[in-house]
Design a protein around this ligand. Sequence first.
Ligand SMILES: *[C@@H]1O[C@H](CO)[C@@H](O)[C@H](O)[C@H]1NC(C)=O
Ligand SMILES: *[C@@H]1O[C@H](CO)[C@@H](O)[C@H](O)[C@H]1NC(C)=O
Ligand SMILES: *[C@@H]1O[C@H](CO)[C@@H](O)[C@H](O)[C@H]1NC(C)=O
Ligand SMILES: *[C@@H]1O[C@H](CO)[C@@H](O)[C@H](O)[C@H]1NC(C)=O
Length: 312
Amino acid sequence: MILFISVYFMLSSLLAFGQDLPPYEPCDLAYRLEQRGDFCFWHSSNDGAVGQMNFFEANQQCQLRGAKLATPNTQDIAEWFQLRQDVVGRRQRDYWIGGLDEPWRNGSYYWLDGTPWDQAHANNFWAVGEPSGPPNHCIALAGRDEIVKGYWDDRHCYNDDLDFICQRERRRVCTCSENESKFCDIGFGCTSFRVCESGLVITVQCAPGEVADSVNQTCAPANEVQAPCGQLRSCAGFGNASVPIYDNMCHTYYRCENDQWQEELDCPEGEIWDEIRQSCESVESTCEPCGHSSTTPDGSPCPGPRIPNIKL
Ligand SMILES: *[C@@H]1O[C@H](CO)[C@@H](O)[C@H](O)[C@H]1NC(C)=O
Ligand SMILES: *[C@@H]1O[C@H](CO)[C@@H](O)[C@H](O)[C@H]1NC(C)=O
Ligand SMILES: *[C@@H]1O[C@H](CO)[C@@H](O)[C@H](O)[C@H]1NC(C)=O
Ligand SMILES: *[C@@H]1O[C@H](CO)[C@@H](O)[C@H](O)[C@H]1NC(C)=O
């Protein structure tokens, strides 16, 4: 359902130079986003209704808002985060950010959003004595005490008592040329989107309970919409495999058929989905990060999850 539609005049005059991208817009204050450089940041602690959670759930929560876990890979952003921790860190909590290492990557860290890992930069921001290594694989921004506040600490990915910080590149002004119809972008929070319709910018606000669907250019219930805004994961490249849902600690999984999403299924109580064996198995015998084993049942190193279902 469309609650209301607001029409703005053509913004093409804002395009200062022929080939340049349109200018950035300010971050949306309705979501209490904070602007730094070309990015908008959102602390989960800004919203009292959002609780603490594990790394994968936090990543999912950012995705559902059309954002990602934060990537403080520049000196400027990382230092700003340290200053910010003086304010938000009063809660003495740690915040997930979007970096992790996985055993099968031989201990090298990476950012979920694909930003290259800069080891020299990271060395400046690890708290003293960190990273402590396995079984800790996910990076948090410490908010605990003056010594480590704002520095990075590797934590167990399934610690479920952390806040988190989402990040999204600032939106650019939506520009339409004469008579043009096209999809522009989704608003932070996934509750609105913008299109050009016959040369006019239209903002469509979704009804409560619905999210923006960029594929169909409409609003629909989340269980009918593709990720990131909706709950339908991408099955591209998975063929007929069933894939664990990391944010549910792999207690649920989804079934793909010919690269198409089919359904979400539950494992029996106490078991998790093992992507290698393609069956529900015990936590002890299943590969990390969902399970506790660092080797497959035949003794070879865990191959690692196929990341697309947590990274977009
Ligand atoms: C990790 O190290 C092993 C053994 O040196 C090597 O075979 C494997 O390719 C490495 N994996 C990655 C992701 O670099
Ligand atoms: C836009 O549409 C009007 C009315 O159909 C038409 O006269 C005009 O040529 C169109 N402009 C462009 C750039 O296509
Ligand atoms: C979106 O479009 C596809 C076909 O293009 C259709 O299968 C799907 O049901 C549509 N989703 C919604 C929510 O309308
Ligand atoms: C998936 O299974 C169907 C039959 O259910 C089969 O026709 C198809 O070739 C399989 N696709 C892949 C990629 O294995």
